[in-house]
Design a binder for this molecule. Structure first.
Ligand code: CDP
Ligand code: CDP
Length: 224
């Protein structure tokens, strides 16, 4: 039994990656690493400092002078930017609507990939994002590409917002998600794409428990 494998989960927004990865990590006793939180933290800082988000040089320099740390917590993970807990702030609409612009820059991504690789090097991790199976952990023992229809993903985000007391328009959310998918999939630097050796998991018709069971089944096959 090999119990320190690396599990990479990639896929578009709202596919269920983080929810399911957190559950699976807890059951396996693995560390859960949400790489999207790192791009969100950098975006938060870039917006605060009025950096030109389309400038690769400015965005890369900003990351070089920043400290972004992920710390496991009971809820899954906390995110610290220059020593300050920004776990809530990075979920704002402003950050969500700008993160794909920031995430497009190759030089900045090269630094992120190094940081993320170091966090996962010892194994026993489930890491989620957009380029984990293709760029960060190309040798991961298990790679999942998780998706669901855009209608279902928008419905989930709508319900998420409602739970948090935020009134949103379903159509606007759907457009926002479709635009982010397009930007993430069409960028030149490590676009969102299914790795050739990834298992495709469609969560459209699966509830959270069923999707988590599917991942746990695949993980136990790889650990056997
Ligand atoms: O949770 P949600 O699906 O909203 O997205 P996220 O995982 O928090 O990622 C936010 C954004 O960061 C994505 O839309 C990508 O633009 C970027 N990202 C990336 O480029 N590469 C990663 N490994 C993770 C996130
Ligand atoms: O991380 P990612 O953007 O892929 O998705 P998420 O934030 O884990 O999931 C978005 C929402 O969909 C959360 O509220 C989940 O509880 C919900 N979800 C669901 O209803 N059914 C699933 N099979 C997976 C997630």
């Amino acid at each position: 039994m090999v119990n320190n494998i690396q599990i990479a989960i990639d896929g578009p927004a709202g596919a269920g990656k983080s929810t399911i990865a957190k559950i699976a990590a807890e059951k396996l006793g693995f560390t859960y690493i949400d790489t999207g939180a790192m791009y969100r933290a950098l975006t938060l800082k870039a917006l605060k400092e009025n950096i030109d988000l389309s400038s690769e040089a400015q965005v890369t320099a900003l990351l070089e002078e920043s400290s972004i740390e992920l710390k496991p917590s009971q809820q899954g993970q906390l995110v610290f930017l220059d020593g300050v807990d920004v776990s809530q702030e990075i979920r704002s609409n402003e950050v969500t609507n700008n993160v794909s612009k920031v995430a497009a820059h190759a030089a900045m991504r090269a630094i992120m990939v190094e940081l993320q690789y170091a966090m996962a090097a010892k194994g026993g991790v489930i890491m989620d994002g957009r380029d984990i199976g293709t760029a960060v952990l190309p040798k991961a023992e298990l790679k999942i590409f998780m998706s669901a229809t855009v209608d279902e993903r928008a419905r989930r985000r709508y319900e998420d917002n409602k739970q948090r007391g935020i009134n949103s328009s379903y159509e606007a959310l759907k457009e926002e998600i479709a635009l982010r998918d397009k930007m993430d999939s069409e960028r030149e630097a490590s676009p969102l794409v299914q790795a050739t050796d990834a298992v495709f998991v469609d969560t459209t018709e699966l509830n959270i428990e069923q999707a988590a069971d599917e991942i746990l089944k695949l993980a136990s096959e790889r650990m056997a």
